[in-house]
Structure formats: structure tokens, C-alpha cells
Ligand binder design. Structure first.
Ligand code: MUC
Ligand code: MG
Length: 366
């Protein structure tokens, strides 16, 4: 089986309400659907979410880099030749979500051709993930109402709270309000998206001590090298790295440099091949992981869940798999459902992605 053609389809689906955080905000899912066709008629599918404030990619850059640089380098290869594919893609620096969507579409093809699911192919640990929901910036009472809605409607009991950049008092008040409303059994952690300095981060963590946070993610920039080490040495809770660890070498740098205790693994930026490498690196170094969210739509969420469920380490704690529910619509023919705080991976070969072609025709931008 050979790769014969790669389709990149930009689409835009509005959000019910914008998701706001320290590094930016998202009003619509302006993603790129990537379809890898083969000479045997199988089609592998994944999506790339442009995050200019995180990786510098845009919808137009993802489409262009795949169409102009990546497709000519991989057409004619077998989907099994992943190492050759990555060796060629890696001649171009950056572009993590474009590379990852291609990678995941290849795994989808391999699963389909073997008649087994990607979760089984990768590790086959379980068939479901517990779900954590990410709550964006809003007045405290709206953040509480959102968390209560996710708890009452979907059974979600773990929340990641966006903090940073806005006045610390607002974040502290929001976290305290969430803990007071949700009680002691709900799990809370925070994500600063590099919005504070190291000193502000420590001041905020001290003010948040009685909120009982599980951990804190990317509070200050990794380029504040000494600042982040200083913070990790003083923090009473683990500090996780997210956008500063988009490649295995960066994971090593942050963990061995004492600048992080754990790592957010995101299939949107490391696909399956490199997410696996990041995960195994973390296991080897004895660092915890969380399955993160790149504000994925349903296609991306399905990919994330397929990876998370494959391994014990990623399925040990809830993965961030619910923000597609903030979108007004999506592309899957059979929408994802979160029941009792749990998302099941799709049964069947590959990733089990079936696109609603009418919806795609409606939302596509090309
Ligand atoms: C996250 O964990 O940071 C916010 C920005 C981004 O790129 O992803 C989200 C979630
Ligand atoms: Mg993050």
C-alpha cells in the first residue's frame, strides 16, 4: 500500500462562547482536516489545530506546508515507513500540528489495513479515558456555573482552570469559588500558559495553597530558565510543562534541568509516533504525564483518546477531552459522547473516524 494523495481541507466551526486563556483566545475551530489517500483506496484521517500563539502555525501555513513541502516528500511511501516519513518531515523545522496530523493519519491507515484499532496497535491498555474539562477565563461565577454544568451533565469531576496574565486576585478568587462550589472530591489544577513571571507564579501558588490543587502547568515561560528552576524548587505542588515541551529534546531539557516535574502529552503536537517517544522518555525518567488538550475538535479528541487509552500512564488520570463540547457543531458522523465522566474510544479498525460529508461541505473554507 502506497500513499497516493494528501488532502488538506481548512474548515471553520464557531464556538458557542470563546475560550480565553493567558496566551490567547479561540472563537472558532479554524482547523485543517488532513486526509491521506492510498493506492488501495484506504483513507487515513486526522485534524491539525493551528495555534499561532503557541506554535506559530496558521490554517494557511498548515495547508501550505503539507501541500507544498510534505506531500511531495511522502507520496509513494508506504504508511508503514514512518521513520522515513518523519526523517523527511523533520528536514523542515517546526510545524508540529501539520506533522502530527499526517502522522496520525498514517497510523489510522495502518490500523485500517490490519483490521485493528489504533489503541490496540499502540498499547491496548483500555478502551476508555476519564475526562477532565478545561475552564477558560470568565468572571468566577461563570466559571463555577460551567464546571457545575459539566459535572451535572457529563459526570466530569476534574477541571483544569486557566490562570495567568490577568490580575492574580481574579484567578485566586475563581479557584477558591470553584473549590467552594464543587467540594473536596473534585480535582482542580491550573494552567498559566506562560502568563506570569516566576515570582508571580509562586505568589499565586501560595495564595492558592488551601485550594488543594493537584498540579500547575506552564505558569511562566521556559525561557526564564533560572526563574523556572527557582519556582519548581519552591512550589509545594508539581509543575507540569506543556507548550515548552513540543519535542522529546525539550522534555529532557525541562525535566533534567529541574524546570518541570511532569509533562503534558498532546497528540495534536506530537502525533502518535512522537507522543509515544515523549511518553516513554517520561517513564524512563520517572516523570508523570497528563493527556493534554490543544482545544481539539471531535476528530482531534478522538485521536487523543485513542492514544491515551493505549497506555497505563496516560489513562491513569483524566485526559483533557471535553472542549469540543464548546463548539456549535463538528464533523464526525457519529458525535462523541461523554458519559459518567468517561469517553470511550471508537471500536473498529484504525481510528474509527467517519466524517459527515454534508457538514464538511458546509464548514469547509476552500
Ligand atoms: C493548554 O493546555 O494550554 C491553550 C492554548 C493552547 O495552545 O492549548 C490550550 C490548552
Ligand atoms: Mg497548557
Amino acid at each position: 500500500m502506497k500513499i497516493s494523495r494528501i488532502e488538506t481541507i481548512p474548515f471553520a466551526i464557531p464556538y458557542r462562547k470563546p475560550l480565553r486563556f493567558a496566551s490567547g483566545e479561540v472563537h472558532a475551530a479554524e482547523h485543517v482536516l488532513v486526509r491521506v489517500h492510498t493506492d488501495e483506496g484506504l483513507v487515513g484521517t486526522a485534524e491539525a489545530p493551528p495555534r499561532p500563539f503557541t506554535y506559530g502555525e496558521t490554517q494557511a501555513s498548515i495547508t501550505a506546508v503539507i501541500d507544498d513541502l510534505f506531500a511531495p516528500q511522502v507520496i509513494g511511501l508506504s504508511p508503514l515507513e514512518r521513520e522515513t516519513v518523519h526523517s523527511r518531515l523533520n528536514r523542515t523545522v517546526g510545524n508540529p500540528t501539520a506533522k502530527s496530523a499526517l502522522d496520525m493519519a498514517l497510523w489510522d491507515l495502518i490500523g485500517q489495513s490490519l483490521g485493528i484499532s489504533v489503541t490496540e496497535l499502540l498499547g491496548g491498555f483500555t478502551d476508555r479515558m476519564r475526562v477532565a474539562h478545561m475552564v477558560g477565563f470568565a468572571p468566577a461565577e461563570e466559571m463555577v456555573a460551567e464546571a457545575e454544568r459539566f459535572r451535572d451533565t457529563h459526570g466530569v469531576t476534574t477541571f483544569k482552570v486557566k490562570v495567568g496574565r490577568r490580575p492574580i486576585d481574579l484567578d485566586v478568587a475563581a479557584c477558591k469559588a470553584l473549590r467552594a462550589a464543587l467540594g473536596p472530591d473534585v480535582e482542580l489544577y491550573v494552567d498559566g500558559n506562560r502568563g506570569w513571571t516566576a515570582a508571580e507564579s509562586l505568589r499565586a501558588l501560595r495564595a492558592l495553597e488551601d485550594v488543594d490543587l493537584t498540579f500547575a502547568e506552564e505558569l511562566c515561560p521556559a525561557d526564564d530558565v533560572l526563574g523556572r528552576r527557582w519556582l519548581v524548587a519552591r512550589s509545594g505542588i508539581p509543575i507540569f510543562a506543556d507548550e515548552s515541551t513540543a519535542r522529546p529534546g525539550e522534555v529532557t531539557r525541562e525535566l533534567l534541568g529541574g524546570s518541570a516535574n511532569g509533562i503534558s502529552v498532546k497528540t495534536a503536537r506530537t502525533g502518535f509516533t512522537y507522543s509515544q517517544r515523549v511518553l516513554f522518555l517520561c517513564e524512563g525518567l520517572g516523570a508523570e504525564v497528563v493527556l493534554g488538550n490543544q482545544i481539539d475538535g471531535q476528530v482531534g479528541t478522538l485521536c487523543s483518546a485513542a492514544f491515551g487509552a493505549a497506555f497505563e500512564a496516560t489513562s491513569r488520570r483524566p485526559g483533557e477531552l471535553s472542549n469540543f463540547l464548546d463548539m456549535t457543531d463538528d464533523l464526525l458522523a457519529e458525535p462523541l459522547e461523554i458519559v459518567d465522566g468517561t469517553l470511550r474510544v471508537r471500536e473498529g479498525a484504525g481510528l474509527g473516524i467517519a466524517i459527515d460529508e454534508d457538514k464538511l461541505a458546509h464548514y469547509r473554507q476552500d
